[in-house]
Design a protein around this ligand. Structure first.
Ligand code: UD1
Length: 362
């Protein structure tokens, strides 16, 4: 009988990582994968578009749970995932990253004594006001196999007494970047305000901003738009649904140098990264993708999630206000091509090998 893995995903960055690992799992006869989508991200261009273009197998189950407070969302997922796990009898549960879907999957599996494999284990911001930090810490603490994307992540786990369960495998997001970069497509962008087609500017800065820390009030967005006014090319800004209303209302009040568009798919986002003058973001994924593409990045947070990307000024922290952002953007980056902290683009192979060893799958 094949070793039955239940993959629980829910949010955009998880679809990207699960895609490359899922393709690897499909090559191994003694492994079977059941994909469960919690429903956390549900708009066509936040979810299905990723499954289509990355050719991820359709989820067997979609729980359709999204929105609400953290407690509401996580609790609803926890209840639904428990019965799904009881029904599907997985040998192990495979989880990615740090979203509420990750936390709910971890809690449900641990209470049913189902081993958990956590990919992207050991990442730390050391900031307990960052909701993802709580998700990461809890998931790591109750997982059975901890697969770190960087050596720093593996070190963190060792310091927390979890070294015996962990290993460095590399970052599946880097695998995805390496595999899909050649397929990146020039985006067909639609205005976030009225859905009209928007022409791609020849030169642009790529902005994303969706974190709770930056979207809870107008202040951060105002500061970012102030910085955009000083730039020699517009910021192209695919707007996450969480912040759509606030961003559009602020942009309506001014003549900012910002092109607000609907969220783009993975292949379009990779194109935007690869051709941008610079990236300005609060996304952990985009920080790494900018690093992979050797594009300078400014991160709108006051903590480092991926310290590996910060070397040589390649990624710099800024507070979301004009002076701080422009200062970070002006500092030139120094690139050492031999520095590859995210592995060799074979993380998905190593992840599957680690799972097979863990599950004693022949
Ligand atoms: C989540 C993750 C974050 C990750 C991000 C990737 C948590 C705590 N955070 O944040 O780590 O970086 O995904 O994008 O899990 N919404 C829609 N349509 C969608 C998706 C979301 O309208 O397709 C709305 C939701 O209903 C909600 C808001 O956007 O009101 C925020 O979505 P949520 O899933 O709670 O968190 P993200 O900000 O996407």
């Amino acid at each position: 009988m094949a070793y039955r893995l239940m993959t629980v995903v829910g949010a955009r960055p998880q679809f990207v990582k699960a895609a490359v690992v899922s393709h690897e799992i499909a090559r191994i006869e003694s492994l079977e994968e059941v994909i469960v989508h919690t429903g956390q991200h549900y708009d066509e261009n936040m979810s299905q578009a990723f499954f289509d273009e990355l050719e991820i197998p359709e989820p067997k189950i979609n729980l359709g749970i999204s929105g609400g407070s953290h407690a509401e969302m996580t609790a609803a997922m926890l209840v639904a995932l428990e019965s799904t796990m009881l029904q599907e009898h997985p040998d192990a549960v495979l989880l990615y990253g740090d979203t509420n879907s990750t936390l709910a999957g971890a809690l449900a599996a641990a209470k049913l004594h189902i081993p958990i494999v956590h990919v992207e284990a050991g990442a730390r911001t050391w900031s307990m006001t960052n909701p993802e930090e709580i998700n990461r810490l809890c998931a790591d603490r109750i997982s059975s196999l901890l697969l770190a994307s960087t050596l720093a992540g593996a070190e963190n786990l060792k310091r927390e007494g979890l070294g015996g369960l962990s290993q460095f495998v590399g970052d599946p997001m880097y695998d995805a970047f390496v595999n899909y970069r050649a397929l990146a497509k020039r985006p067909t962008m639609r205005s976030a305000a009225d859905g009209a087609l928007v022409a791609m500017p020849e030169r642009y800065y790529y902005l994303t901003c969706h974190r709770e820390e930056n979207t809870g009030s107008d202040e951060a967005l105002r500061g970012i738009f102030d910085a955009a006014e000083a730039l020699d090319a517009p910021m192209v800004y695919p707007v996450h649904p969480r912040v759509r209303r606030r961003a559009l209302s602020l942009l309506q009040q001014r003549d900012a140098n910002v092109i607000a568009v609907d969220p783009v798919g993975y292949l379009e986002s990779i194109y935007l990264v690869d051709h941008a003058e610079q990236v300005i973001t609060d996304s952990g994924g985009l920080q790494r993708e900018a690093f992979f593409a050797q594009v300078k990045c400014t991160t709108l947070l006051d903590y480092e999630v991926w310290p590996e990307t910060m070397i040589g000024n390649r990624n710099m922290l800024a507070s979301p206000e004009r002076r701080s952002i422009l200062q970070a953007m002006e500092a030139p980056q120094a690139i050492d091509e031999s520095y590859q902290p995210f592995g060799a683009g074979d993380a998905s192979v190593k992840i599957v090998q680690a799972i097979m060893r863990f599950g004693k799958v022949g």
